[in-house]
Design a protein. Structure first.
Length: 345
């Protein structure tokens, strides 16, 4: 009967020993030592499911009692890259059996990922509209400041004591203009990809690396190519936007390696997707902020070094091309961005 339930389900005693389980539980645990479902009973649930030697610190099983027979919580620390909603039901002791608990695990990983994606998309739309409005309001007076500064400079001789001051004003105004343009570009990203062509993805990345060749050489950074297969990597998309995606990622990698290093670019195919991994040997991203790096205007750079829009723009462009982007990182070892794009059908 319980084998018909699609979610993992177990019956345990008060010492966390498994009394019975369904097939879904057996298939979920992926414990190669247990090659037969009959070997599971008698083992500790925390050892079988989470591969721990002690009860999970978040476990609430012992809080269930006669007065509060059901309890529910979520955990993302049982199986890597999985999040579960856990429901425990209290089964009181009787003449035949001691106290027992029914533990029901519901995999909510996809649901949580979808919620995060939707929340991020809503945030991008809202901030995009705000950024566009602010940028348009600033653009006109800024153009006036820059234009009049250039007119005065053109009429000023080299000996004028105020020439250097005006040149600094021009530099600052150009920097503001660049920021405004980034804001406008970010706001425009909410539109769909306008022009779609057939793109050989690897070739497009190679073009982007050539553009950055001078800076790579200057920073003593080596690019290593790891082509795992020679299968077709043609996608539909916009050449300029695909180039911008990888230029942003390569620029970030360069900035993360102050003393030189290696950028490894790996290409492979996974079912109907082409997978590109860009790995650097830089400073890495702290676990406390890794979930924020795709948020608009989030940056760890000092004032003047960045607007915090690069990875947000990258995220939006990847999504517009039907793809996905994730990141893995270890402090002082480096970061790896994993991108997947749907292959042309």
């Amino acid at each position: 009967m319980i084998d018909a339930i699609a979610d993992p389900l177990i019956l345990i005693d008060s010492d966390y020993n498994i009394i019975r389980q369904n097939k879904a539980y057996f298939y979920m645990v992926e414990n190669h030592k247990l090659d037969n479902i009959t070997k599971i009973p008698g083992n500790k649930c925390y050892n079988i499911f989470a591969k721990r030697n002690l009860p999970c610190e978040h476990c609430l099983v012992q809080k269930v009692n006669e007065n509060d027979k059901n309890i529910k919580w979520t955990s993302d620390s049982l199986i890597e890259n999985k999040e579960f909603e856990i429901l425990v039901h209290y089964v009181p002791a009787n003449e035949k059996n001691n106290l027992r608990y029914v533990v029901h695990y519901r995999d909510i990983s996809d649901q949580k990922n979808l919620q995060k994606t939707l929340a991020h998309s809503d945030k991008l739309v809202a901030i995009g509209k705000l950024a566009g409005g602010v940028a348009h309001e600033i653009n006109s007076p800024l153009a006036g400041v820059l234009a009049f500064t250039q007119i005065v400079l053109s009429e000023m001789n080299e000996e004028n004591p105020h020439k250097e001051d005006l040149e600094q004003i021009e530099i600052a105004a150009r920097k503001c203009k660049e920021i405004v343009e980034n804001l406008l570009n970010f706001a425009r990203l909410e539109a769909h990809v306008e022009v779609k062509n057939e793109i050989q993805l690897l070739a497009e990345i190679q073009k982007t690396v050539k553009l950055a060749k001078g800076l790579l050489t200057q920073k003593n950074i080596t690019v290593v190519w790891d082509i795992l297969d020679n299968s077709d990597d043609t996608i539909y998309g916009n050449n300029g936007q695909i180039g911008q995606i990888f230029l942003n990622l390569i620029s970030n990698a360069i900035q993360a390696m102050k003393n030189g290093g290696v950028i490894e670019i790996e290409k492979s195919t996974e079912n109907d997707f082409v997978c590109i991994k860009i790995k650097d040997t830089g400073c890495g991203i702290h676990p406390d902020i890794i979930n924020k790096i795709f948020d608009p205007f989030f940056t760890t750079k000092t004032v003047g070094e960045g607007t915090g829009l690069g990875l947000s723009i990258t995220y939006s462009l990847v999504k517009q091309h039907g793809g996905s982007i994730t990141v893995e990182s270890v402090i002082n070892e480096g970061s790896e961005f994993i991108l997947k794009f749907p292959l042309k059908k």
